[in-house]
Design a protein around this ligand. Structure first.
Ligand code: ADP
Ligand code: MG
Length: 256
């Protein structure tokens, strides 16, 4: 049984890619075969996991528009149990080219159905927009959406737009799309603001906010330039500990 989650928030810089990379790495490290789908033309999940954006042979583009099998397009890493369907700037063209495709919102869903059972987890890293690439991710996300929220002023701003999009997707494209959880990121325990933001988000989304909170941690921002997830780059850092607990919390909730 494969769990498929989209990690989405149309706001940039809130920790989507950092969360995808590190939650996936901990899921894989705990023995769960995991696939990262990079559907952001920036390709930050791809490079953050150590694959050069300019050297990848195939990308999510080939799956969305060339009918290539995920199996063939993705990079396999049996040692880490973490595979990736990579992205690079060429994927940006898909946003436009998909417009004329019949079933344009269903391309990723259909492709992922064919790898069903190969993975325990599939995490899709979305771009900071609500265009066709993100719609493909939300349509394919059979188990819901994970929303990173940065602990900063006006954190809730923009979430109403996202929840409106989720409702539309539920109505027309993917009835099973629910908010699986909100993940608080870049928490700074020294400020009242961070604490207030967490409280406010909890009030707006009762029982939907993960207990594990990701602190602001410089190790998390350094790791991508080494192409390593945090469990390899700095396994004892506060950031690693937080993502380890977050991944465990996700798994625990899933097994209920
Ligand atoms: N918990 C954190 N502590 C410190 N830096 C972080 C943390 N989470 C993310 N960052 C950094 O913030 C920036 C934006 O994060 P990123 O995951 O790329 O966001 P998004 O994918 O939503 O655009 C990146 O430079 C990343 O390294
Ligand atoms: Mg990103």
């Amino acid at each position: 049984m494969t769990k498929i989650y989209a990690i989405a928030n149309q706001k940039g810089g809130v920790g989507k890619t950092t969360s995808v990379i590190n939650i996936s790495a901990f899921l894989a490290a705990s023995g769960r075969r995991t696939l990262v789908v990079d559907i952001d033309p920036q390709g930050n999940a791809t490079s953050g996991l150590g694959y050069s954006k300019n050297e990848v042979e195939y990308t999510t583009y080939d799956v969305l528009l060339q009918e290539m099998a995920v199996e063939e397009a993705c990079i396999h890493d049996d040692a880490s149990r973490l595979d990736i369907l990579p992205a690079n700037p060429g994927l940006a063209g898909a946003e436009v080219e998909l417009v004329n495709v019949i079933g344009r919102e269903y391309q990723l869903k259909q492709a992922l159905e064919k790898v069903d059972g190969r993975y325990e987890y599939i995490l899709i890293d979305c771009p900071p927009s609500l265009g066709l690439l993100t719609l493909n991710a939300l349509t394919a996300a059979s188990d819901g959406i994970l929303i990173p929220v940065q602990c900063e002023y006006l954190a809730l701003e923009g979430l109403s737009q996202l929840t409106a999009t989720i409702k539309l997707v539920q109505q027309y494209l993917n009835p099973s799309l629910a908010i699986r959880g909100l993940m608080m990121t870049m928490y700074d325990g020294r400020t009242n603001l961070s604490r207030q933001v967490v409280e406010e988000v909890r009030r707006h989304f009762p029982n939907k906010v993960f207990a594990a909170i990701v602190p602001r941690n410089v190790r998390l921002s350094e790791a991508p330039s080494y192409g390593q997830p945090i469990n390899i780059y700095a396994p004892k850092s506060p950031g690693a500990l937080a993502y380890k607990i977050l991944a465990a919390e996700l798994v625990k909730g899933d097994s209920k």
